[in-house]
Ligand binder design. Structure first.
Ligand code: ADP
Ligand code: MG
Length: 367
């Protein structure tokens, strides 16, 4: 149901954010620019968002007393991390406004629900089958063919919880590699590019998408995002239409990122979604009138959405692990926009920051 009548949560109010990573940190910074206070809830000490928040709760996601106190201290709750237990979201929703809704999170938490949702709105995905045991995996491999990818239904990120199968004989090893968790098997998509669409929808029903970005993954982790994506105007329109349609169908109140493949045959296939700001949208901070974090805040607080107009082309590179130690040489390019997340421990593959370079956008370079 569209809540056209729900009032704006005015600047000066407190936004509760579940999750304390870099996405929460950049959301809190954007919220502060609009005059909001953020209260960040996260189990881990020293979380990146704690350093820029007006208030923090360090507690497990299933701590009833901490959740109740959090709900009482904020005007709205949102997420920078979607794997919050159902019972906790229910508990919060009984006490305060929660955006986006549980239905959206529930769909995004489970790859099977997610894929069924997209098929249901006419947005094709890779062929897939649910897998709950080794015999079923063997059948699914026979049905989908190789290569294929076994993915846990829940909790996967940056390629974790996945096993590629190149030969039917690898079934048992793949099943062991994901520790026999409920999973899906996906046919391997022959793709030329990976792209993503980010869309905001507010409770008052405004919908706005950012320009389509092109993503390069290395070792299953996002390495580079470039804008504009090197795709046809029809493909860009299709990707944006899928995002718009998904946001409306989910009755989204917030921000939604959708990762997609541009298949070799030119079709756009949906890979997965995240109902929150996304790594592939960091370029918007430096290249758009309104960035993804501000748009997220506006949508969650039911303000009018901002213009997503892109004033520049851009290239965003993730800085993983110890690569941030090169901050001085990155800054030797005075046009490099360096963003660091304040994480103390530079574990290998950990997202420590990103750097965006913007380029003039000429009149005829399309969307
Ligand atoms: P994660 O939650 O880890 O991001 P993804 O499903 O997005 O999981 O997979 C990570 C990356 O693995 C994708 O960005 C893509 O490069 C590759 N990949 C995933 N699924 C497929 C597929 N069905 N066919 C080809 N490549 C895939
Ligand atoms: Mg992904």
């Amino acid at each position: 149901m569209t809540q056209t009548s729900s009032p704006a949560i005015a600047p000066g109010s407190t936004i509760g954010i579940l999750g304390g990573g870099q996405l929460g940190r950049m959301t809190a910074l954007a919220a502060a620019r609009l005059g909001y206070r953020c209260h960040v809830y996260c189990p881990e000490a020293g979380s990146p968002a704690f350093a820029v928040a007006a208030a923090v709760t360090q507690a497990p996601y299933d701590d009833a007393a901490a959740l109740d106190a959090f709900a009482a201290a904020v005007d709205v709750v949102t997420f920078e991390f979607e794997n919050i237990p159902a019972a906790s979201v229910e508990r919060l929703a009984a006490r305060t406004v929660v955006r986006p809704s549980w239905k959206v999170l529930e769909t995004a938490q489970d790859r099977a629900l997610e894929k069924a949702f997209f098929s249901g709105i006419g947005a094709p995905t890779a062929p897939w089958k649910p897998v709950d045991g080794l015999p079923q995996l063997t059948e699914a491999i026979a049905a989908l063919g190789v290569p294929c990818i076994l993915k846990t239904r829940r909790l996967g990120y940056d390629g974790k919880g996945q096993a590629r199968i190149n030969h039917p004989g690898e079934a048992a090893a793949a099943w062991a590699a994901i520790a026999g968790a409920p999973a899906i098997l996906e046919g391997y998509v022959a793709f030329s590019r990976e792209i993503s669409a980010i869309v905001a929808r507010s409770p008052r029903g405004e919908v706005n998408t950012f320009d389509i970005a092109e993503n390069v993954h290395v070792d299953h982790i996002l390495d580079t995002t470039r804008i504009p994506a090197q795709i046809t105007p029809e493909q860009a329109e299709r990707a944006a239409a899928i995002a718009h349609h998904a946001a409306v169908s989910l009755d989204l109140q917030g921000l939604l990122a959708i990762e997609m493949f541009v298949a070799d045959d030119g079709r756009i296939l949906v890979n997965e979604m995240a109902p929150r700001p996304h790594n592939s949208g960091h370029w918007t901070i430096d290249a758009c009138i309104t960035d993804q974090f501000e748009q997220f805040v506006r949508a969650v607080c039911n303000l009018r959405l901002g213009s997503t107009e892109r004033h520049s082309n851009a290239e965003m590179k993730n800085l993983l692990g110890r690569s941030i130690e090169n901050w001085d040489s990155i800054l030797s390019d005075p046009k490099a926009k360096l963003h660091l997340y304040g994480k103390t421990e530079a574990r290998e593959g950990r997202k420590m920051g990103h750097v965006t370079r913007v380029f003039p956008r000429w009149k005829n370079d399309g969307k």
